[in-house]
Design a protein around this ligand. Structure first.
Ligand code: OXD
Ligand code: MN
Length: 606
């Protein structure tokens, strides 16, 4: 479709202005068809940026290798450009929006020379759903177009919903690599140097401007940028929740269904939990979403969640038939792999895929790589943050309700992170505010999903939203407290803190995780229906030691340790929150959370 044919006059004008600024050679409005997806992939193959994979083993799938400087979200180049710095808060980077727009306008000037500008109308959430939001992304990357096809709902049906004057979030994206006359990418992933990359959000005007990176969360603007950073601001203003949460459906042996959402920092196995295969007989777990939940109160006073996405953008390393069989089945076809290794048979391989490399591989840098299991220093063949982009509808356990425009009613929220010590296997909040307290102190050992944080340390990541909250985190806590005040306590989800990552003094994991987490989910489910045995402790309700069935590989002593309150550890935790964590939020930290901190401390001392 041509720009001239756009019926939405505001949108048409916005695109025309972008064309005048970015001066692409041609412009295309995306229709969202399979033919368009195939063409985007073919353009990348012709440019030497994509390798088609074995059509018998991985039909419809391709492999991309990005530039080594463009492999993860760049948090130190991500900005919340609110009018007042105080509204962005201490955990976001801020630049005055006028200044930032001036800088970025100069970067965008002529940035699409030699390229095609694609205009992608997309819907976050089922097209036409009352909870869904529409965005339009302008990009010069056919890789982004193809990924957006899988991750969102794209094309003409979205324009039909927009009509002639419907609201949309305008999103600019350019890889920042204009081409000279006759120049081609020729196998070189286009992007700009780090100091020219900007992932910018303008919360008051609800705009997103991204420049210089072609990688996932920096470039697929529906996901982290719209569905979390901008949506969190909309949610605050409109009284709902936009959260970094998976959504799962769980059915007990009697056929009763509950829906649970869970917030875990990046790289804590959210996708694995969302698709887990229960080891507890008679229970079923199905997937509604693996990364983002938008929740609104329904007429019955319950919170209903939708998954605004249409695909999974999952971390490949560590994914295998044991850790996540359903993800492996999902990505058997029509999948975009980025920065994994290539085998001679033109299939894919990564560290933790569950078997050794069958021979020499091509690593994510494009070099030959021969597995050497004796060399602990060997660089990985797949980048630790290498990804698959696969359609959610291909997931064998996708719940039938996953596209229900009304959403699914939520019974429980989980919060968790990678915590080798102190935090028990599971712990139920005594009240809504206690649950908000739990969310506010989430922390995790750092891994590889972001480029610019040091691996191995624990970073506090409140509600797993640290890199994704579009406004002051203190105000965000306040918003959570206000949701609790608005809701009927009987109907609000119950809140649980979980930790699958406890380690022994020898540094070994003492809980097996993965499918065995269903034992914990079963207890959480039981608590939601009013059964499930628990003891009241200073930090919350913990299961009695016999309330959760014990996996054979967990000793009785370890089970006891997983379910015991580590008084000294918790005292240290509380002191750390009081001294190092809460003061960051200044006077925006709600008083209710300090009261909660005092109350827990008192109970621990009592
Ligand atoms: C993601 C992330 O990619 O949280 O989902 O980093
Ligand atoms: Mn995520």
């Amino acid at each position: 479709m041509k720009v001239q044919e756009l019926k939405h006059t505001g949108l048409k004008q916005w695109v025309e202005e972008a064309v005048a600024l970015m001066t692409p050679d041609t412009v295309e409005v995306c229709d969202g068809t399979q033919a368009e997806y195939d063409r985007m992939i073919q353009i990348n193959i012709d440019n030497g940026l994509a390798t088609p994979l074995n059509p018998w083993l991985l039909p419809g799938s391709v492999l991309f290798r990005s530039d080594p400087s463009d492999v993860a979200r760049v948090e130190n180049r991500t900005y919340i450009a609110s009018e007042k710095q105080d509204d962005a808060g201490p955990t976001n980077n801020w630049i005055d929006p006028k200044e930032l727009k001036k800088t970025m306008t100069e970067l965008y000037r002529g940035s699409m020379k030699g390229r095609t500008m694609y205009v992608i109308p997309f819907s976050m959430g089922p097209v036409g759903s009352a909870i869904a939001k529409i965005g339009v992304e302008i990009t010069d990357s056919p890789y982004v177009v193809a990924n957006m096809h899988t991750m969102t709902r794209v094309g003409t049906p979205v324009l039909d919903v927009l009509g002639t004057n419907g609201p949309y979030v305008p999103c600019f994206h350019s890889v920042g690599k204009p081409l000279g006359a006759g120049e081609k990418d020729n196998g070189t992933w286009p992007c700009a140097p780090l100091d020219k990359k900007y992932i910018s959000h303008f919360p008051e005007t609800r705009e997103i401007w991204s420049y210089g990176s072609g990688y996932g969360g920096n470039a697929l603007l529906g996901k982290k940028c719209l569905a979390l950073r901008i949506a969190s601001v909309l949610a605050r203003d409109e009284g709902w929740l936009a959260e970094h949460m998976l959504i799962l459906k769980i059915t007990n042996p009697q056929g009763t269904v509950k829906y649970i959402t869970g917030a875990f920092p990046s790289a804590c196995g959210k996708t694995n939990l969302a698709m887990l295969i229960p080891t507890v007989p008679g229970w079923t777990v199905e997937t509604v979403g693996d990364d983002i939940a938008w929740m609104k109160f329904g007429k019955d006073g319950r919170l209903y969640a939708i998954n605004p996405e249409a695909g999974f953008f999952g971390v490949a390393p560590g994914t295998n038939m044991d850790s996540n069989r359903n993800a492996m089945e999902t990505i058997r076809k029509n999948t975009i792999f980025t920065n994994v290794a290539l085998t001679k048979e033109k299939t894919v391989w990564w560290e933790g895929i569950g078997y050794d490399a069958s021979g020499p591989l091509i690593d994510w840098n494009g070099n030959e790589w021969v597995q050497d299991k004796h060399n602990k220093e060997q660089k990985p063949a797949a980048h630790p943050n290498s990804r698959f982009t696969g359609p959610a509808k291909q997931c064998p356990v996708i719940a039938k309700e996953w596209e229900d425009p009304a959403g699914v009613p939520i019974s429980a929220f989980l919060f968790g992170g990678r915590r080798p010590k102190t935090i028990p296997l599971v712990n139920q909040a005594k009240s809504w505010v206690h649950g908000v307290f739990m969310g506010s102190i989430v922390g995790s050992e750092v891994t590889a999903a972001a480029l610019d944080v040091k691996a191995g340390t624990i970073r506090r990541d409140p509600f797993a939203m640290l890199p994704f909250c579009g406004y002051h985190m203190g105000d965000y806590f306040k918003h959570w407290i206000s949701i609790g005040k608005k809701g009927d306590p009987e109907k609000l989800p119950k809140i649980f803190f979980v930790n699958w990552f406890r380690k022994s003094s020898e540094g070994k994991f003492i809980w097996p995780g993965y499918g065995e987490n269903s034992r914990v989910l079963a207890w959480i489910f039981d608590r939601c229906v009013g059964t499930g045995k628990a003891v009241d402790t200073p930090i919350g309700f913990l299961p009695t030691v016999d309330a959760i069935s014990r996996p054979t590989e967990v000793s009785e002593a370890d089970m006891q340790e997983l379910l015991t309150v580590d008084i000294d550890g918790w005292k240290a935790e509380i002191a750390d929150v009081r001294q190092n964590h809460y003061p960051k939020f200044g006077d925006k930290l709600p008083k209710e959370l300090y009261d909660e901190l005092d109350a827990i401390e008192k109970r621990l001392n009592g």
